[in-house]
Every structure is written in C-alpha cells, then in structure tokens.
Ligand binder design. Structure first.
Ligand code: PLP
Length: 429
C-alpha cells in the first residue's frame, strides 16, 4: 500500500522522466504535456544548465533566513527579473508558490494603506470567475465557486467584493466602468486594491478583455486611491507572448504584480511579487518592515533556478516564440473548431490558449458540467495532457479547456498536440 496522500482516489500513473514537453510514466507510456503541468514547465524539462545552477547554489549557500540575510543569488536574480519585466525601481519579494505570492500582495496592499493613515481601506476587489490561489486569503479573493464553497464560513465576504467578468466582445473601456460603479457603491475609502488576472487562467480558459479595459481599470484605481494588483502567476513570464501579459493593454503597469509558475518553470518552487517603489518606500519609511514572511522566502536554490530559466527564456527568444507559435496554434484550434461543434470559442494570447465548450444548438454551456473532464481524460489516454475546467458560466457550469505547452515547443510537436486533441474531442460528440 502506498503511503502517499494523493489528491484524489484516482489511480495515478507514476511519472519517471521528462524531456522538453514530454513525460514518461513507469509503464513507458509517453505524454505530450499540452498544459506544462498547470502552465508551469515553460521552458520544457530536462535542461542540464538549470539543474547545474541549482546544484551549484545548494553547494555554495543552501539556505538563509530572510529575517537575517540577503544573498548574492537573490540580489542578482531580483535585479535581472525587474529588468526583464521592465519594472524600473520595483522590488522583488520572493516566495515559494503562487498562493503565498497572492497572500503577500494582499497583505502588502493592506499595510501600504495603513502606513498612509488610511487603515480603513481593507477590501480587496477581484472578479468572478477568477483564481488567485488555494490558501484561505487567496481563495477568498478567488471567484471560483466550486473551489471555495466548502470554506466560505471561514471567510468574511464583506472584505472580498466581486466584479463581473469582462466581456471580450464589448468595448473594453466601457466594460471597465463597472469597477468605478462598484468602488463608488462600497465607498472608495474602504477599498485597498483591485486584483485581476490580465489573461484569466484556470477559471475561464484564457479569457482576455478587449483593448481599453485595463487602461481604464488603471485610471479608475489611480483616481480612487486603490492599488492595482495584476495576478500574472499564469499569464506572466512570456506565457502570453510578452514578459507581462498586462502590457498588451497599451503598456499598462500595475502597482503590484504577482508572479509564479513560469518563474522557475517547475525546476524549483519559486513565486513572488514585484512592488512599485512608491509601495515599497511607503512601508519602509513608515513602520520600517513588511509585517509578513515565510521561512523559505528567497530560497537561494529556487532563485538560482529562476536565474537559469530566465537565461534560457532570453537566450532562446522564447517570449517571441510564444507569440509566434501561439498564433499558429490558435489557427490550428480554429480549424479544429470547424470539425467539433461543441468547441464554442477558441481564444488566447501567445501560448496561453483556451477552448470554451458547450451546446452547439444553443451556443450556451451545458446544464451540467463534465464535458471538459471527459475530454481531458480521453486526451490523457491518447497521451496528451490538457487542463480541463468548469464553472466559468455560473460557478458550476461552463466547461473549458486550457492549453499551455512549453514555450520551446516545436512546430512538429504543435501538430502532434492538435492531432491528439482532435481525437480526444470526439468523446463529446
Ligand atoms: C492566476 C493564479 N494565481 C495564483 C495561483 C496559485 O498558485 P499556486 O498554485 O502556485 O499556489 C494560480 C495557480 O493556478 C494561478 O493560476
């Protein structure tokens, strides 16, 4: 009997090896990872230079506690990352996972206002649907009914107001006006931050608002004294074809960006937040310390992995590749859509792509969820990993598939992905 506490009672194959976008299980079966795990393994697996950098870091300085030391690995990586993301003057706070990073952003926003003498600002507005993490603060911030339902008695809903999802077919600036209305109804003096995924991930497969949306969001936040937090855990680090997805909206810059997943691309647990100089200074010139911390924050081996991954991303021009190959894969998905009528919509930016599933007769999602999970299972049997989801329509219904292969994917592998997906989609017909 296994001693592993599995995520579910499903029998799990045991993965034993990975290279590029492929994984092999203990029976020798090969899988093309069309989702990079959960849009994590952005440069593909098996890169010796990343493993080497991590080993070197572990030999040199395996651990320091963030309350006692900084480290050359953390100093160098933070500077390089802020440059890559075009964040002049921003500061990087490194943690181990996206949920920790979301918690950090929420707590920093709250402390920022308190330091400025506006401690009555506590509300964090987010959107529905959205996903910001599994820890209780991040989950309360998430607009994802199924993942949060069990825990709502532990949440003070008053602190977590939700804005309706943007409609990509409407005028973006007009659509964003709903945020102004919501802030006004809550009282701007009570709102600390608005947080959104620039391109939505797990909860609404690669939904991207129309142009003008984030430009107006940034204006509204600024006018109301509300911090704008961009959760780029999934969409950032080149996944959407630019270092930060948000910049595709006329170069909009957030007060705080939340990062994770692609940072160390699965080689090590690494996430973090980038905070503007104004936010950082307000805290440091105020009480002098961010009242928050995690034991493994800024781990030297994780940041060394992050630096080596960044080297690959830049050296092999993978951000541009994501943009170009993403456009071709989207074309391929459009072609599949002509043959699979339950594909209601295909969309995305770079190599973050989504397929909205539903009833071709009505053009609406099915009354019961399950189609995405069935297609995901069929794909797995065909040796393709995709990221199925549901709940985009009303928290329960609204099935979709998210695709996010390694940014280093080749044309041939993209063709293989489409072929396998084509076969898997037949289960819904
Ligand atoms: C946008 C977004 N934010 C936060 C998280 C949480 O990250 P983690 O699972 O690393 O805690 C996720 C994870 O899927 C995510 O997609």
């Amino acid at each position: 009997m296994s001693s592993v506490f599995y995520r579910s009672s499903l029998p799990y194959p045991v993965a034993v090896r990975a290279e590029g976008p492929y994984l092999w299980d203990s029976s020798g079966k090969r899988y093309l990872d069309g989702a990079s795990g959960a849009l994590v393994a952005n440069i593909g697996q098996g890169r010796a230079e990343v493993a080497e950098a991590m080993a070197q870091a572990a030999r040199t300085l395996a651990f320091v506690h963030g309350s006692q030391f900084s480290s050359p690995a953390l100093e160098n990586y933070s500077a390089r990352l802020m440059k890559f993301l075009d964040f002049p003057g921003y500061r990087f706070w490194a943690v181990s996972g996206g949920s920790e990073a979301t918690e950090s952003a929420i707590k920093l926003a709250r402390q920022y206002h308190a330091e400025r003498g506006e401690a009555q600002r506590y509300r964090i507005i987010t959107r529905r649907p959205s996903y910001h993490g599994a820890s209780l603060g991040a989950l309360a911030a998430s607009g994802m009914g199924a993942r949060r339902a069990l825990y709502t008695p532990l949440m003070n809903e008053d602190a977590w107001p939700k804005l309706d999802r943007p409609d990509p077919h409407r005028d973006g600036a007009q659509d964003a006006e709903a945020l102004r209305t919501l802030i006004a109804s809550l009282g701007p003096e009570t709102v600390a931050a608005f947080m959104a995924e620039p391109v939505v991930g797990a909860s609404d497969a690669a939904l991207a608002p129309a142009s003008g949306y984030y430009e107006r969001v940034a204006e509204i936040c600024c006018e109301s004294g509300v911090l704008f937090i961009a959760d780029e855990v999934m969409s950032g680090m080149g996944r959407c074809g630019t270092p930060l997805a948000l910049r595709q909206w006329s170069g909009v810059t957030p007060d705080i960006a939340v990062l994770g997943k692609g940072l160390a691309a699965g080689y090590a647990p690494l996430a973090g937040i980038a905070a503007s100089d104004e936010v950082y200074r307000t805290v440091m010139d105020g009480s002098g310390a961010f009242r928050h911390g995690f034991t493994y924050a800024g781990h030297p081996v994780s940041v060394a992995a992050g630096a080596a991954v960044l080297e690959v991303l830049e050296g092999e021009h993978l951000v541009e590749r994501s943009r170009e190959l993403g456009a071709r894969l989207l074309e391929g998905l459009r072609d599949l859509k002509t043959r699979h009528p339950q594909m209601l919509e295909v969309r995305g930016r770079g190599l973050m792509l989504g397929v909205v599933l539903g009833d071709p007769e009505t053009g609406e999602s099915y009354a019961a969820p399950g189609l995405a999970a069935r297609i995901g299972k069929a794909a797995f049997q065909h040796g393709l990993i995709v990221y199925p989801g549901s709940g985009a329509a009303d928290g329960v219904c609204g099935d979709h598939l998210l695709l996010g292969p390694a940014l280093s994917l080749t044309e041939g592998q993209a063709g293989e992905l489409l072929e396998k997906l084509d076969a898997a989609l037949k289960v819904g017909e």
